[in-house]
Design a protein around this ligand. Structure first.
Ligand SMILES: *Cc1c(COP(=O)(O)O)cnc(C)c1O
Ligand SMILES: [Zn+2]
Length: 409
């Protein structure tokens, strides 16, 4: 590991690196891990397999013995020629984060944050979650032998995710309301109870793990950054972490350029996209956010200052999509490319379609859509599929005449 410090994202003051508080003591700003990269050269890591820990020099873990891992990262960057042709795009890729150990990108952050928790001597970890953070934390805390408490919005978590949390033996607390209420409660709990370590994306160590998404994309494109990266945005940790990753690779001269960062939100849960559209430098909270893409059903995103800065600096943008656009994109990705993602993930593809229709992306651009979570996490989508997809009602017995199938096959 290279030397780093913790720094306030707003006032740039530096709390000590071992500090475990999650906000600046002076101005209450978000914290950020800073590596000093001036004059540094790329570490000799080319022989290592693509994965989160390939980049361990740029991850804030002091001892390799602290590392808790389930082999995260190394996910496919899939060239999508069939979907690309449909959208009139020559170089479209999907970075499929559903291929991570618990089925979402959250594992990238969790392997680093739980390793840090171990270094800090923590025994109990806590998070509020729309599902995937808790599924990931439950798995990693089990592997680390730590106690795990998760707060989830009651009745609003996809079935597969809740199953994961229960299976790994975390304590599940169902909170009335939506994610924003659950997160508020988690913040209060973490403040009051010093033995609980908060693992939401306000935790700067988690975002360090998540920045490896950008490292991998650049590596997989042959030390090149794409022109545009499109991600679904909830709390905004992932898009800010990816921007940090692209920036660090450019500082190390591994890549020459940085991509436009494009964030996609669901129409009725879009505080960040709305701020970008209104050209405001602050968000307006959304009360009672609505979307079937539960992973991005968030009205009060904690990382908004980082997101707005990433979009601005990168000359990127943000867009909103409806639930039916999300479901359609989910089906297209599955039928045209064989990639099955959960609804929130399909928002990136739905957003791309909208941007393309409005001529806001070029046919010749290299575009990467990040699909953030696996499709199996949310089986409730089955009920929304057209009847023609869910099977024909034809009872087959030994005596059935094959002619009966002729109508169908
Ligand atoms: C967590 C999550 C998101 C949102 O990521 P943020 O870092 O909160 O913006 C999007 N999609 C899926 C599947 C997720 O689990
Ligand atoms: Zn500060």
């Amino acid at each position: 590991m290279w030397p780093y410090k913790l720094q306030c994202f707003d006032c740039q003051r530096e709390p000590a690196a071992v500090e475990t508080g999650l906000r600046c003591k002076t101005c209450d700003g978000l914290l950020e891990v800073k590596f000093e990269l001036k004059g540094k050269k790329k570490p000799s890591w080319d022989h290592r397999q693509v994965s989160v820990w390939k980049y361990r020099e740029l991850l804030p873990i002091e001892n390799e013995e602290s590392i808790i891992t389930l082999a995260e990262g190394g996910t496919g960057l899939h060239r999508c020629t069939r979907l690309g042709r449909k959208l009139g795009l020559k170089k479209l890729y999907v970075k499929n984060e559903g291929e991570n150990p618990t089925g979402s990108f959250k594992d990238r952050g969790m392997t680093v944050a739980i390793s840090k928790a171990k270094e800090l001597g923590k025994k109990k970890v806590l998070c509020a979650s729309t599902g995937n953070t808790s599924a990931s934390l439950a798995a990693y805390s089990a592997r680390a032998g730590m106690e795990c408490i998760v707060l989830v919005p009651k009745g609003k978590v996809a079935g597969g995710k809740l199953l994961q949390v229960a299976m790994h033996g975390a304590k599940i607390i169902q909170v009335k309301g939506d994610f924003d209420q659950a997160f508020k409660t988690a913040l209060k709990l973490a403040k009051r109870r010093r033995d609980l370590y908060l693992m939401n994306s306000i935790n700067p160590y988690r975002l360090e793990g998540q920045k490896t998404l950008a490292f991998e994309i650049s590596d997989q494109l042959g030390s090149k950054a794409p022109d545009s990266v499109i991600l679904p945005v909830g709390n905004g940790g992932n898009i800010s972490a990816a921007w940090k990753g692209f920036t660090e690779f450019q500082q190390l001269s591994i890549t020459k350029t940085r991509p436009r960062m494009i964030g996609i939100q669901a129409e009725k849960a879009a505080p960040i996209a709305n701020a970008v559209k209104r050209r405001e430098n602050k968000i307006r909270l959304v009360y009672n956010p609505q979307t079937l893409a539960t992973a991005i059903r968030i009205g009060s995103p904690v990382n908004w200052p980082k997101v707005l800065k990433a979009i601005k600096e990168s000359k990127g943008t943000a867009e909103t999509v409806t639930d039916s656009e999300i479901l359609q994109a989910q089906r297209e990705l599955a039928t045209l490319e064989g990639i099955f993602v959960e609804p929130a993930s399909a928002a990136s593809v739905a957003g791309l379609k909208k941007l393309r229709a409005n001529m806001r992306v070029d046919a010749s651009e290299t575009i990467v859509c990040v699909t953030t979570g696996h499709g199996l996490k949310d089986p409730s989508v089955l009920e929304r599929l057209p009847k023609s997809r869910t099977g024909y009602n034809l009872e087959i017995t030994n005596r059935t005449n094959l002619d009966a199938l002729r109508r169908i096959i």
